[in-house]
Design a protein around this ligand. Structure first.
Ligand code: TYD
Length: 206
């Protein structure tokens, strides 16, 4: 019988450094001889990648934005995440449902009850075993985005006040599910952060 795989998501405000750690995490898992599927949201499927272009570049009503995020996510769950977990692969996703609670809920003010309804419909039980939350002060994150992003998308162009709300919503989610979340202080050096990441992964894959 195949052991079901594990699902890890990476979260944080833009500029908090999660992308830096995505490949090292995948390598860490691959070295342990597991099939590792690295994917992202919005995106991860051909339809999801088309929706990503709309989401990042086309302005829309916040409720519409939430619905399109979750539509892309449903495709991602059905086509990629659930089958990978079923065959025993490990899945590492650059963002998942917590991002919708943080950005559309916290940042844009979409009602939590709507998001909760979409969450249970779209996830259908597919939930991360571990969520690494890269946490950073929005002013510092903004400085990093300005330095590293010549053509910012519509989220990256938001002001610090927006990202303060997004960060608060992430931390609130983490407080609700402390056993799933590992909060990483992203003001540390990348080496120190990765050390913490490895300890969290070891707990998941002893
Ligand atoms: P991301 O791929 O992390 O950005 P980048 O490639 O620029 O590092 O995510 C793209 C943007 O989508 C990011 O600003 C957050 C936003 N987003 C939401 O607002 N809600 C969601 O549910 C998801 C998955 C992403």
């Amino acid at each position: 019988m195949t052991t079901p795989g594990k699902f890890i998501s990476l979260e944080g405000i833009d500029g908090a450094g999660k992308s830096t750690h995505l490949n090292p995490i995948a390598e860490w898992l691959r070295a342990r001889a597991r099939e590792v599927v690295v994917t992202r949201e919005p995106g991860g499927t051909p339809l999801g990648e088309s929706l990503r272009q709309l989401l990042l570049h086309q302005s829309m009503n916040p409720d519409t934005e939430a619905l399109v995020m979750f539509a892309a996510r449903r495709e991602h769950v059905v086509q990629v995440i659930a089958p990978a977990l079923a065959r025993g692969a490990w899945v590492v996703s650059d963002r998942y449902t917590d991002a919708s609670f943080a950005y559309q809920g916290g940042g844009r003010g979409v009602r939590t009850e709507h998001l909760r309804h979409l969450e249970s419909w779209v996830e259908d039980g597919i939930r991360p075993h571990l969520t690494l939350l890269f946490d950073l002060d929005p002013e510092e994150a903004h400085r990093r985005v300005v330095k590293g992003t010549p053509h910012p998308d519509r989220f990256e162009r938001e002001q610090d006040a927006f990202f303060r709300k997004v960060r608060a919503a992430y931390l609130e989610r983490a407080a609700q599910e402390p056993e799933r979340f590992c909060i990483l202080d992203s003001s540390q050096t990348p080496e120190a952060i990765f050390g913490q990441v490895c300890r969290a992964l070891e707990r998941l894959a002893p």
